[in-house]
Design a protein around this ligand. Structure first.
Ligand code: TPP
Length: 362
């Protein structure tokens, strides 16, 4: 079999494109409801210990799977959609994908690996090495799906193959999996986590075989020395030291600054990212930022996008329509809030272009 070909995507070429997303829906996945006290979510991996599914003598943490959130979105029948996973330990891939998403027509959903040193129980200084290990061991594969005219096209960057030694090292690096190693070695449960992850990756490989791009490996080239530091989020937020969401928001905002400058609106569901950037009613954001309920930020983001477009079509809005990013944790993405997200994502990537109809009806 010939070696899969790489598709080199230059950051500057993305910036030069005229395409524009309606909304980028952005989930940072710290794998539990963290700001309310580390409760289990649909994003929590099997056998991880949380406060609502604690590991004890009888039950070894979460009994259930980590749900696959990204690939199913490719099959809802949308017309034009950009879907991707990112990890802040791979910043070129991360920032390239955020820019690519914002500079693609239709809408986008990106899911970011987001370490949580308090909830996962490890030293703050280990946040980056654990994040890198997550992709290198095959736990957090980095891939993209571009739905073009209703058909999904899959590409990937890395992390599709399981490295069992690295996987065990990954599990050992965090307190949330400590009970799998001490007081006794729980081989069956460790093997099961790896097995379930491998099954998910095998499904992904099958989709790449079936719906893969001609050049299936995307490599983003970003000249980070040339990149302007982000100007959306001020220093002085209240996230924990070493918080993965801090790295995630910083890289997301760096790419968004390059694309949008300050013409952007953020909508934030209730979460760590929200409470930590809006303490005592003082926002850390330098650009318009809306906090909405735990569950319904996606709908608000959609409403802002659609309202601006309708006003533009009716000549009631003369400025350039802003870029819109909706930010949510895994609790408000997998669980409470999923219905709002799913509906908003599908609407904004299919029939939002209603201003075509409105143009002639002033
Ligand atoms: C309907 C509703 N249920 C529960 C809450 C309380 N609540 C606010 S934030 C939150 C957890 C958020 O978890 P997640 O989305 O994973 O974000 P994280 O805190 O991990 O950043 C909960 C349970 C709420 N605000 N509204």
């Amino acid at each position: 079999m010939s070696k899969p070909e790489r598709n080199i995507i230059n950051f500057d070429d993305i910036l030069a494109r005229s395409e524009k997303s309606n909304v980028l829906f952005f989930n940072y996945d710290n794998e539990a409801f963290m700001n309310t006290g580390i409760q289990e979510s649909g994003g929590t991996p099997p056998y991880a210990s949380t406060t609502t599914g604690p590991a004890g003598e009888k039950i070894p943490g979460k009994i259930g799977v980590k749900q696959d959130l990204v690939t199913p979105f490719a099959f809802y029948g949308t017309k034009k959609l950009f879907l991707a996973t990112v990890n802040p330990a791979y910043p070129n891939d991360f920032m390239g994908k955020v820019a690519d998403a914002l500079k693609s027509n239709g809408s986008a959903f990106i899911q970011a690996y987001s370490d949580c040193m308090r909830g996962w129980r490890h030293a703050a200084a280990d946040a980056l090495s654990i994040s890198k290990l997550a992709t290198d061991c095959g736990y957090w594969p980095l891939y993209t799906v571009r739905v073009e005219d209703g058909i999904p096209i899959f590409t990937y960057y890395r992390g599709l193959d399981i490295d069992k030694d690295k996987f065990v090292e990954y599990l050992k690096s965090m307190g949330k999996f400590k009970h799998l190693f001490k007081p006794k070695f729980m081989e069956k449960e460790i093997d099961e986590i790896i097995y379930l992850t491998e099954q998910r990756n095998n499904k992904l490989k099958g989709l790449i075989d079936q719906f893969g791009a001609e050049k299936p490996i995307d490599v983003y080239r970003v000249n980070r020395k040339k990149l302007q530091p982000q100007i959306h989020l001020q220093p002085g937020h209240g996230l924990c030291p070493g918080c993965g969401a801090g790295m995630v928001l910083n890289q997301m905002a760096t790419a968004a600054t390059a694309v949008a400058d300050t013409n952007i609106i953020y909508v934030n569901n209730t979460s760590c990212s929200e409470v930590s950037t809006s303490k005592d009613n003082v926002t850390s954001w330098n650009v318009p930022w809306v906090h909405h309920l735990f569950e319904s930020g996606a709908t608000v983001a959609e409403a802002i996008s659609t309202a601006k477009k309708i006003m533009k079509a009716k000549d009631l809005y003369s400025q350039e329509i802003p870029w819109i990013i909706h930010i949510a944790g895994d609790g408000s993405t997998y669980d409470i809030g999923f219905q709002f997200l799913k509906a908003a994502l599908i609407r904004t990537s299919s029939f939002v272009e209603m201003n075509e109809y409105l143009k002639n009806q002033k």
